[in-house]
Design a protein around this ligand. Structure first.
Ligand code: FE2
Ligand code: FE2
Length: 312
């Protein structure tokens, strides 16, 4: 049972991530404790309480664990609350099944990736792209990475979905509006701009989490390092082309305040930056609206985007 389907009175059986776990004193009897828990999945989060076996549960489970729950849903102060009867650790298969996944089909996305690469005429950029695709470890990481931790595409396949959207958008704009731009740089830039995320983020159980190098370096810099390594393995890769593709990675966030190493300094880099911002925002709106429980036409305030989102 998904979190969004839990309504007061329902039997609750399902696998959820413990978004928080607090040991609290009972108000009626200060000698006794209870556990206040957050149960989360890709549809949202619900509050839960465990009144029995509290000390044992408290020591066997940690925040972030994926747990199997049996219990019942009640209503408390107008909110749904789950009373936990049984809580156990989920199996590796159940943990995998809980991982949020891209709404887009993986095979379709893989085909799209290859057909975009086919449009690339420059042999060096094509070789660079195929080096990512033909390295089993790198490709697996690229296809399973999320686009971000929370704000946009926070699910398996998110990086692939996001990169494709930008490369396809850039290709279409080249076809229809800006034929003077370098198509090959646009496609390669779109597909590779966030490649650093394969080292910035990892899946901790069913939850995307920053790696140490991700926190210390960030994906813009990590992406530059990955590209430098791959380009170094391609004999005769033209130095100026190397600089240009690296600049697209370095500048795709647009402004230094939001993580860009440099502002975009040629037209292809400007276009990739704006498409990156557009696609992250569009996905960010979807992600926030999907998890928002606020009644009416407006979501709660989105702190990152600094606005309410209209969902009417
Ligand atoms: Fe980025
Ligand atoms: Fe991006």
């Amino acid at each position: 049972m998904k979190v969004k389907e839990i309504t007061p009175g329902a039997r609750v059986e399902g696998v959820y991530r413990l978004s928080y776990k607090d040991l609290k004193q009972k108000k009626t009897n200060v000698d006794e404790n209870y556990l206040a828990l957050g149960l989360a999945d890709d549809t949202g989060e619900v509050e839960a309480k465990a009144w029995e076996n509290v000390e044992e549960l408290n020591s066997s489970f940690q925040k972030g664990d994926v747990v199997k729950i049996e219990g019942r849903a009640t209503s408390w102060k107008g909110n749904v609350q789950v009373v936990v009867e049984v809580m156990s650790h989920a199996s590796p298969e159940e943990i995998k099944a809980l991982m949020p996944r891209s709404p887009r089909n993986l095979e379709t996305m893989e085909k799209e990736w290859l057909s975009l690469v086919e449009q690339v005429e420059n042999e060096y950029l094509k070789t660079l792209l195929m080096k990512v695709w033909n390295d089993p470890e790198l490709r697996e990481a690229y296809c399973s990475a999320p686009g971000g931790i929370k704000i946009h595409h926070p699910y398996v396949g998110g990086l692939l979905e996001h990169s494709l959207a930008i490369a396809k958008g850039a290709y279409l704009l080249w076809c229809k509006v800006y034929p003077d731009l370098n198509k090959d740089l646009l496609i390669a830039g779109g597909l590779l701009h966030d490649i650093g995320k394969v080292e910035e983020i990892f899946w901790k159980e069913s939850q995307p989490e920053y790696t140490d190098q991700g926190r210390l370096m960030g994906h813009v810099m990590l992406g530059g390092q990955i590209l430098a390594r791959l380009i170094g393995e391609i004999e005769g890769f033209p130095p100026e082309l190397s600089l240009k593709i690296q600049h697209i990675v370095a500048s795709h966030h647009g402004e230094p305040e939001v993580g860009a190493a440099q502002r975009p300094m040629f037209k292809e880099a400007v276009l990739i930056h704006f498409l990156d911002e557009m696609d992250s925002k569009l996905s960010g709106f979807d992600v926030f609206i999907q998890k928002d429980n606020t009644e009416g036409n407006w979501t709660a305030y989105h702190r990152w985007f600094e606005r309410y989102i209209y969902k009417g």
